[in-house]
Design a protein around this ligand. Structure first.
Ligand code: ATP
Length: 236
């Protein structure tokens, strides 16, 4: 496994939000984490990227125990998150935001190549490269956040709710791009409330309920699972 969470616990003060979850992601996979509001999806992402400390368990990346590694060093190792709510720098231009994604890199040619790749995936960002990111539409900001994360050339891209606030057509488009990023060789963990899209795109998925993994399987298996259908796909 490229990324492995083993019995991970996270607490906010005295309240435990993750009660020992185990998740594994293989090289090249797209893995989805689905769950209702407050299930602990964002908490899981923040624990992986090092923004929250574990109160139990461990996280291994590429064979190394990174449970206590600083967040910035996890980025250097190749774990990169595109946060929920986008988290772009609104006062900077699109190009400057993308450049910030590459701040730990010294390989200038590689960075230039990746910028071309990001503009290839998101032509809209190239058109708007000089526009301040705060004035982009919601969908464009999402593209900018994903593009910025890609500029770190991650081994694993962590996507927190990439479809949040987007119109149905754009959701489709963002997931098409996620599939394309995966086909270009990046491993992806995606957290989603849009279970239909996430499950139909993911190789495997985990269902998180109030801080516990209650189900796992291939995307195809979970799409037809009666309990998943009822709880997350809006069909009985
Ligand atoms: P959503 O889909 O609504 O974003 P989520 O699955 O991402 O939900 P989390 O944001 O991980 O859920 O929250 C998990 C639990 O931890 C919730 O009960 C939430 O209230 C709690 N929680 C999250 N952040 C904090 C915090 N900073 N302080 C205290 N409790 C928190």
């Amino acid at each position: 496994m490229l990324l492995e969470l083993e019995d991970v616990r996270v607490a906010y003060g005295r309240i435990e939000a993750l009660h020992g979850i185990s998740i594994g992601i293989d090289q090249g996979e797209v893995v989805a984490l689905i769950g209702a509001n407050g299930a602990g999806k964002t908490t899981t992402m923040r624990a992986i990227s090092g923004l929250l400390n574990l109160t139990g368990g461990r996280i291994r990346f590429n064979g190394e125990d990174i449970s206590k590694l600083r967040a910035d060093l996890r980025v250097v190792r190749g774990l990169c998150q595109s946060p929920e709510g986008r988290g772009i720098f609104p006062g900077m231009t699109v190009a400057e935001n993308l450049d910030m994604g590459a701040y730990t890199r010294r390989d200038r040619q590689g960075v230039a190549d990746d910028l071309k790749r990001v503009y290839g995936l998101f032509p809209r960002l190239e058109e708007r490269s000089k526009q301040s990111a705060g004035t982009l539409s919601g969908g464009e900001q999402q593209m900018c956040a994903i593009g910025r994360a890609l500029m770190a050339r991650p081994k694993v891209l962590l996507l927190d709710e990439p479809s949040m606030g987007l119109a149905p057509m754009l959701i489709q488009q963002i997931f098409n791009i996620i599939t394309e990023i995966s086909q270009q060789g990046t491993t992806i963990l995606v957290v989603e409330q849009n279970a239909q899209q996430a499950l139909s795109r993911a190789h495997r998925a985990y269902v998180l309920e109030t801080g516990r993994i209650v189900k796992e399987g291939t995307g195809a298996e979970l799409l037809v699972d009666p309990a998943v259908k009822e709880a997350y796909l809006g069909v009985a």
